[in-house]
Design a binder for this molecule. Structure first.
Ligand SMILES: C[S@@+](CC[C@H](N)C(=O)[O-])C[C@H]1O[C@@H](n2cnc3c(N)ncnc32)[C@H](O)[C@@H]1O
Length: 210
């Protein structure tokens, strides 16, 4: 799967990328009441402008992305000094309050995630095959502390077995996350001309006794 993502980025087949901030981030993030200065984990971040929105609203960002081209394209969107260093097997680029970790999300360990207090996920689940989605939800739960809040934006489409993007129905989202997270369904968008509809969820990491 990683070769496929490398090829997609090299060939510019990145139809998932939005040239604007996702409206659901603007609409729902304030409702989560995440305290400013909380570091937000953005798994499978691509070159999403949503990370700039979070940083502009006072949230330091840790984005993690497999493909170096995606990170370079993100950094090139803005002028601004970039510092680069290597830590725990990841090449890290930092531009203002946004750190981009280049590597496999599943290799990020709790020790490196110590400062994370919230998360934002758009289109991670749909990038992963079914077994990967289960593993993703479990891994995310290992990285964020009890009480951590996050927004999740996913997608369904009519060719349900094909992907990426994979179609991820609400029932599956509940199944994979509910062992470790409280979920609130916020919104379903109307289907577009290609039969694609987004769903938006608020998540909160459960504590040991929840
Ligand atoms: C569907 S795109 C979503 C990107 C971004 N969240 C957005 O909203 O534009 C999925 C991204 O995850 C990256 N990716 C896939 N598997 C990954 C992994 N195991 N670890 C880190 N990044 C991964 C891909 O290269 C791709 O940029």
């Amino acid at each position: 799967m990683s070769l496929e993502w490398m090829t997609r980025w090299r060939e510019g087949r990145i139809g998932f990328h939005l040239n604007d901030v996702h409206p659901a981030l603007e609409r729902y993030w304030p409702q989560l009441e995440v305290p400013p200065e909380t570091k937000v984990l953005v798994p499978l971040c691509g070159k999403s402008l949503d990370m700039r929105w979070l940083a502009q609203h006072g949230y330091p960002v840790l984005g993690i992305e497999l493909v170096p081209e995606a990170i370079e394209q993100f950094l090139a969107q803005r002028q601004g000094e970039v510092s680069r260093y290597r830590q725990a097997g990841f090449d890290i680029s930092r531009q203002s309050s946004i750190e981009l970790w280049c590597g496999d999300f599943f290799h990020l360990h709790i020790q490196q995630a110590a400062e994370i207090g919230a998360f934002y996920d758009r289109a991670s689940l749909i990038a992963l095959p079914p077994a990967g989605r289960q593993r993703y939800a479990f891994h995310l739960a290992q990285l964020v502390p009890p009480g951590a809040k996050g927004l999740l934006i996913s997608l369904t489409h009519e060719k349900s077995s094909a992907g990426p993007p994979f179609s991820v129905p609400a029932q599956e989202i509940q199944e994979v996350f509910s062992p470790n997270f409280r979920l609130t369904h916020l919104e379903d968008s109307a289907s577009d001309a290609m039969g694609r509809a987004e769903s938006v969820w608020a998540l909160e990491r459960r504590g040991p006794r929840d």
